[in-house]
Design a protein around this ligand. Sequence first.
Ligand code: SAH
Ligand code: SF4
Ligand code: F3S
Length: 500
Amino acid sequence: MKKERTVSNHSADLKSGKDYSKYFIPPDLKEAKKRGKEEIQVVQFGDIEGELKTLGKGKTFLMRTYGCQANEHDSETIAGLLGSMGFTPTEEEREADVILFNTCAIREGAEDKVFGEIGRLKHLKKEKPELVLGVCGCMSQEEAVVNRILKSYPHVDLIFGTHNIHRLPVLMRDAFFNKEMVVEVWSKEGDVVENMPKVRQNGLRAWVNIMYGCDKFCTYCIVPYTRGKERSRRPEDVTAEVRDLARQGYKEIFLLGQNVNAYGKDFTDLEYGFGDLMDELRKIDVPRIRFTTSHPRDFDDHLIEVLAKKGNLVEHIHLPVQSGSTEVLKKMARKYTRERYLELVRKIKEAIPDVVLTTDIIVGFPGETEEQFQDTLSLVEEVGFDSAYTFIYSPRHGTPAADMEDNVSEQEKKDRLQRLMEVVNRLGREKNEALRDQVVEVLVEGESKNNPDVLSGRTRTNKLVNFRAPKDCIGKLIHVKINEPLTWTLNGEVVEKVEV
Ligand code: SAH
Ligand code: SF4
Ligand code: F3S
């Protein structure tokens, strides 16, 4: 039987059979840009009750997560919600009662992967019609993607976006019982929802959102549309969560936001910024606190001052530059120049001499000249990044850069990426080489992926270290002497255990 579809907005639980198209709020990029300054409400997530609490009893779910840490952490919340409904996780596709794709829209390649996977599951869905197949995350917030799924992937049962994750219990019930495609995507961000259940995937490192959304509208980027406007969590909620995690024994707190330096700018009743938050968090008894991502534009002196106090605030800053050319930065709407970025780096290095800086770089932005690309190479050398994520520009539908004239060939873009990676890798090797015979503090995470006899962990600067040590070191902070620095990892030997 051909599936009908139920499309609903957040104020109504609609049943099929009528024309509900007028209720469907599709993701709309133009609408997303008309952001108001209206107050953000903080709402507490209530208990899951009644039939929703037992809906998943005896049923399993499998989740595939793509994209950044924000998505990884959302998946922990989704797993928490499903767990509260009685579902248990599985890695077996054929066994799963629910398969969810938590998707990423940042580049075309990320989207292609997901469409490939959804297409591949068509057969399984045919064999097992009771399977609930869901798509959520950033792709769901894109109008074109939702339309493509409605048209070409009718075996999908459920689509929900990034703003209504807390609605999952109800949506899941609808997906199970209605036999129709359930689509609920809010084009407008909602409130900040506190206290949703979470199943954390890592017992040592815990992600903590400090803010949601992004207002920067870099011209190439889809995130401000898929994640909505900047909304900061209240400082007391963030500190309470970090304190609770510290009490539970987590060793490392990873603060998340698309632009953590804009933290607090949306408070109307409070003068409180990211520097203030870090100054508060550093007093909490947890060995390490790190954060991502910093936009250079909002990185202020107060924050540098606080980070320089060190303690549990680690000496690693991921500071995406995107390009070393002021003209390209202008076209990207990054709102800083090459000189201002370098000045910021100078200030940071002065305050924190052993800081490790990493970055993100896009090559082949529309119209980027060889000379402008050379500016990127020279900036990378000048800063001396320890590592960098490097990308070829990927046009995103609806973003301003997608309409810019682009006369750079694909081959040229690939070639630039290659040349950039050579410089980045050489610098990484040199930086690591400087650690030879040095003793570093390592948080031991577990067995190395490639060799169970070897343990691995990370330095305060987030570098991966492999070493031989007894298994009871896992979860502890130890000192390791680096004796074999490589390009991406460090090999070493244990010196002593550190009290934690
Ligand atoms: N909020 C973070 C970045 C999130 S996206 C920040 O501003 O630093 C992660 C990285 O993906 C970006 O830093 C950028 O380098 C890259 N990126 C974003 N949009 C892209 C696009 N359309 N094509 C290629 N790379 C892109
Ligand atoms: Fe995208 Fe720019 Fe926002 Fe980062 S700051 S998420 S690159 S728009
Ligand atoms: Fe991707 Fe969305 Fe993160 S587009 S990079 S998953 S915010």
